[in-house]
Design a protein around this ligand. Structure first.
Ligand code: FES
Length: 185
């Protein structure tokens, strides 16, 4: 209680005592402040740790999800037409659809591949240019697969003839089942 006397009150009679009391009061006050500060710092640290842990769970889930998606992927065989109706040595475009995951949605992609029949064998080629991924097209007059982006040219088997493409067009595995052409995409 005595320590609660106001410094102004003491100051009038004994400045040393007043200074002592002022110092003590200051010390008391700074000790209290430090204690309060420590409490706030500890509280904030706990809150930050909790938020960081929560964000970590969210980010972990977002990173882990595509892996689960890939594990669900299965190879798909699509029917691509009748072998007997396919002309020999002429690339024929086939439109097909593939379901893929985009985040948490499923999207249907429309894609094109080329079939090339040679006797009883059928080759299926991807239309994605191996340079920067533009779609190539068969030019029946020029007898070549042409890429519109940077002038890449392939022959009917997908082999590079000229331009920047670094390698041939990718191929899909095919099989014939009861006269039907099946392509694995
Ligand atoms: S993307 Fe086909 S030549 Fe560049």
């Amino acid at each position: 209680m005595g320590l609660a006397l106001s410094p102004l009150h003491i100051c009038a009679t004994d400045s040393r005592a007043a200074n002592t009391l002022v110092d003590y009061a200051t010390m008391q006050s700074s000790t209290d402040d430090r204690g309060r500060r420590r409490f706030f710092v500890a509280t904030l640290t706990t809150i930050h740790a909790a938020i960081a842990g929560f964000i970590g769970v969210i980010i972990g889930g977002a990173v882990a999800s595509p892996v689960f998606g890939r594990e669900r992927e299965q190879e798909t065989w699509i029917p691509a037409g009748d072998l007997n109706s396919l002309p020999d040595n002429e690339p024929i475009p086939v439109l097909y659809r593939v379901a893929r995951e985009d985040g948490y949605r499923e999207i249907m992609d429309r894609r094109v591949l080329y079939l090339l029949k040679n006797g009883d064998e059928v080759t299926a080629m991807d239309t994605t240019c191996t340079h920067l991924g533009c779609p190539v097209r068969w030019d029946a007059d020029a007898k070549a697969m042409k890429c519109p982006c940077h002038g890449g040219v392939y022959d009917k088997t997908g082999t590079v003839v000229s331009g920047p493409p670094p390698k041939p067009l990718a191929r899909f595995t095919t099989r014939i089942d009861g006269g039907q052409i099946l392509v694995r995409v």
